[in-house]
Write a protein that binds this ligand. Structure first.
Ligand code: MIC
Ligand code: SF4
Length: 644
């Protein structure tokens, strides 16, 4: 067996591990972050469970960190009180980005984890099966329920050779994105194997598993080997290590091979993580901003590399450079090693340990500005500036651009007298868990503190006899959840307030959408391929549900968004004939009759009253998903099952 199959088998509670079949797995750990967490805990509360039933659950605060007004601070207090009441660890604001902190302090090889953030697979870097999901799925897991998914294909990514100077893990995953595209990972788990794995630093592994999310993959995983053990030892957690690897005769559903000897510095161009080229092919373009940080690249290795280059050089006067340590631990470690002093002296702007500019929480680039970021997503407008040109690259490439003021292949730094130096992770980190509050003993008197921005949870309803209404919006390929429901400092504070946040649905695509949807009493959305890629934010389904969206009809879906639509009772439909996409227009009046019967058969008949035509769509619902739709969403379904 390969490693994925071994861990899934150990956790299997239902189904058969055959690609395409639905399986249920037991979840050992969960994580939430503040932007998705408030909703997840409101849902958990609604399930009436007294304490989390996982081995370990952690609630992080890392996204909504700007406290322009009371909302975010209120949410932080709500989350802290929830953790106290229900037995979770609480990682306080300032402790760092969930995926960075989790790998440092909690991840355990061989365990499963479900997290309400799409980059949860990061912990696959040390041999976990870690999956991103909507908050409601995570709430069910916290209540002790299994996580259900379609058994993915397992892709073996065979690494051969060794990374060359100035080339790092980010270049590996960018190369995979170049080849496989942002939809190439849908329905797949990427398992890394081959002799090249052994020499790969853990920091590189985490960057790769993190950004596997951009492939649309279910998750990514590395074996747990001697390097994993060293990392856990440096974290004073060596006792959690076990060796885990694929059997020598393991097979994979697909194989990809990457020759690390040949790999060069890569860069993703605006506005998609798969628009990847070699850095040298676009070198020379003027740059105005460089940002190093995010859950992809904010480790000691990443910041240490930037500090090394800035030791005798300064940030170019045309560039504003920000550096974000991924966690308080990274922050303290660079402070003690002296790297922080080099970053400051070199002219970088040091930000607190949080998502920050990655999610548009400050540091929006200037108009039309080129920003080179060590992050994982560059969807249009995500930075906060609609016409900014955001590129994604390794910390090595980022710091090279910061010094020269233009897109620069980091290997060219040698021409400036900067020799390559591999910055290794330290033998021991500065361990200080003072910003982590461990689970408290059960206490019935613990009070949940709710601010005025925390509004009651809107519930989905059982489907009406027929769906009738108009196509409110028609969009193209690769629509991300950042298109459907943007983040950023203005909208993120409304994550606990669905009536308010729903006014921003599709704001950047069509600012009239929310109003039109509400006036029409709901309707339909038509999309194309890979609809709903990107984040796990269930608000991109919950808010459309609130506006009355009944079904979304597309060429194909991204995994998490499809699951979120079902969770909130919205029917996810796929054209039987993709060419029918061209025959349906925004404004068309459509009807789907006898919907409760139709969802129990394979196809749904959609009558287009405007065009006088009929088209067929598939819902691809598993029997369990059909029951969820008929119950009016996962929460209703779960409550019914619990009380049954
Ligand atoms: C993101 O990177 O888009 C986010 C913000 O972390 C999201 C979660 C969210 O929208 O709250 C994600 O990746 O799931
Ligand atoms: Fe935070 Fe960015 Fe990572 Fe999302 S991708 S968790 S916003 S750092």
């Amino acid at each position: 067996m390969n490693l994925t199959q071994k861990i899934l088998k150990d956790h299997l509670v239902s189904g058969e591990m055959v690609p395409g079949e639905e399986i249920g797995i037991r979840i050992d750990q969960t994580l939430t972050q503040d932007a998705t967490g408030t909703m997840a805990y409101l849902q958990f509360e609604a399930m009436g469970v007294l304490r989390v039933r996982t081995k370990l659950s952690v609630s992080y605060v890392d996204h909504n960190m700007l406290q322009n007004s009371f909302e975010n601070a209120d949410d932080h207090r709500f989350l802290q009180s929830i953790a106290a009441k229900y037995g979770l660890y609480f990682s306080r604001p300032g402790n760092g980005i969930c995926h960075q902190v989790h790998r440092e302090r909690f991840a355990v090889p061989g365990q499963t984890m479900l997290g309400s953030d799409s980059h949860t697979p990061t912990c696959g870097g040390l041999g976990m099966i870690a999956i991103g999901a909507g908050g409601l799925d995570v709430a069910v897991a916290m209540a002790g329920g299994p996580f259900n998914m379609i058994m993915p294909k397992v892709v073996g990514v065979k690494l051969i050779g060794k990374l060359q100077p100035w080339v790092s893990g980010k270049d590996i995953i960018l190369e995979i994105l170049r080849r496989q595209t942002v939809k190439g990972g849908v329905g797949r788990i990427f398992e890394y194997c081959g002799e090249g794995v052994e020499a790969l630093a853990v920091a590189d592994r985490f960057t790769i598993t993190n950004m596997g999310a951009e492939l649309g993959a279910t998750t990514s995983i590395f074996p747990s080997d001697a390097r994993t053990r060293e990392f856990l030892r440096a974290q004073k957690r060596e006792e959690t290590w076990t060796e885990l690897k694929a059997d020598p005769d393991a097979t994979y559903d697909e194989i990809i091979e990457i020759d690390l000897n040949q790999l060069e510095p890569m860069i993703a161009q605006p506005h998609s993580p798969d628009k990847v080229v070699k850095v040298k092919d676009i070198a020379g373009k003027p740059v105005v901003q460089v940002c190093i940080g995010s859950c992809t690249n904010s480790s000691f290795h990443d910041l240490g590399t930037a500090a090394y280059v800035l030791h005798d050089h300064t940030v170019n006067p045309s560039v504003s450079m920000t550096v974000t340590p991924g966690s308080a631990q990274v922050f303290e470690t660079i402070a003690r090693s002296g790297a922080l002093a080099d970053l400051i002296r070199g002219g970088s702007r040091i930000l607190e340990s949080a998502c920050g500019p990655c999610i548009g929480m400050g540091q929006a680039p200037p108009t039309g500005g080129v920003s080179i970021r060590s992050f994982n997503r560059n969807f249009e407008g995500r930075s906060g500036t609609m016409d900014a040109q955001v590129y994604l690259a390794s910390p090595e490439t980022c710091v090279a651009c910061a010094v020269t003021g233009c897109i620069t292949d980091p290997r060219d730094l040698e021409k400036m007298g900067i020799d390559y130096k591999k910055i290794d992770e330290p033998d021991a980190y500065s361990i200080n868990d003072s910003l982590i509050i461990p689970p408290l003993p059960p206490n019935n008197d613990t009070e949940i503190i709710r601010g005025p921005n925390i509004k009651p949870l809107p519930l989905a309803h059982e489907p009406a006899a027929s769906f009738e209404g108009s196509v409110l919006l028609k969009v193209g390929d690769n629509i991300s959840t950042d298109h459907i429901l943007p983040a950023g400092s203005k909208i993120l504070p409304l994550r606990s307030n669905i009536p308010a946040i729903s006014q921003y649905v599709y704001e950047r695509v069509d600012p009239t959408f929310a109003k039109r949807a509400q006036e029409a009493g709901g309707g339909f959305i038509v999309g194309a391929a890979n609809y709903g890629q990107g984040s796990s934010r269930e608000h991109a389904a919950l808010a459309p549900m609130y506006l009355g969206i009944k079904a979304v009809l597309v060429k194909s879906f991204a995994r998490i968004h499809r699951a979120n639509l079902i969770n909130f009772g919205i029917l996810p439909l796929v054209f039987v004939h993709e060419s029918d996409y061209d025959s349906i227009d925004q404004g068309d009046e459509i009807v789907m009759e006898n919907i409760r019967e139709q969802v129990t058969s394979d196809t749904i008949t959609i009558k287009n009253k405007t065009k006088g035509s009929t088209i067929q769509a598939k819902h691809n619902l598993t029997p369990r998903e059909t029951q969820i739709i008929l119950a009016g969403g996962l929460l209703n379904y779960t409550v019914k099952h619990h009380s049954a």
